[in-house]
Design a protein around this ligand. Structure first.
Ligand SMILES: [Zn+2]
Length: 158
């Protein structure tokens, strides 16, 4: 996995709201770097300002259940739900604050459309680097193909 961007959330002294002690919580974006894998998930590696070590590792996939079922054909619905998340990543270190941090991801990070779009963009850039194919090329090729298809359809109709 490799890191892309870090976002910080400040929690003020209002534990009743978040269940978290006050402090800065840093969410480092990580992506899977397995060649040829297109899992379309982000891993938030979460650090707190008041102590060392990871507080939580949270996984989130932004595609549909169909996408993950396709990508991982033998997975049962529960495993698919686990791929999509957001959830605490199995096998990663999780502190006693991991649950409330997951709540923060749900209620703050994943409510921010611009941030989500940025994650997807970072993922594309990251995967392009891993798989060695510049995304711009494959995008424009697809765009050209779509244009040709649309143009032929229009012609047929005319
Ligand atoms: Zn992957």
């Amino acid at each position: 996995m490799a890191e892309a961007e870090t976002r910080t959330i400040t929690v003020f002294d209002d534990r009743s709201k978040t269940g978290l002690p006050p402090g800065e919580y840093a969410f480092c974006e990580m992506f899977c770097d397995e060649p040829g894998c297109d899992c379309r998930r982000v891993f938030f590696y979460v650090l707190a300002s008041f102590r060392k070590g990871p507080e939580a590792v949270i996984a989130w996939g932004w595609e549909s259940a169909e996408y993950y079922a396709n990508w991982f054909p033998h997975a049962d619905p529960e495993a698919i739900a686990g791929l999509m998340g957001p959830c605490l990543n199995i096998g990663s270190p999780q502190s006693e604050l991991a649950g409330p941090i997951l709540g923060l991801v749900r209620s703050v990070l994943l409510k921010d459309e611009a941030y989500i779009e940025r994650i997807k963009r970072h993922y594309q850039l990251f995967r392009a680097k891993i798989d060695g194919r510049p995304m711009a090329t494959s995008w424009s090729r697809k765009r050209i193909r779509d244009k040709i298809r649309k143009a032929t359809k229009r012609k047929r109709r005319a």
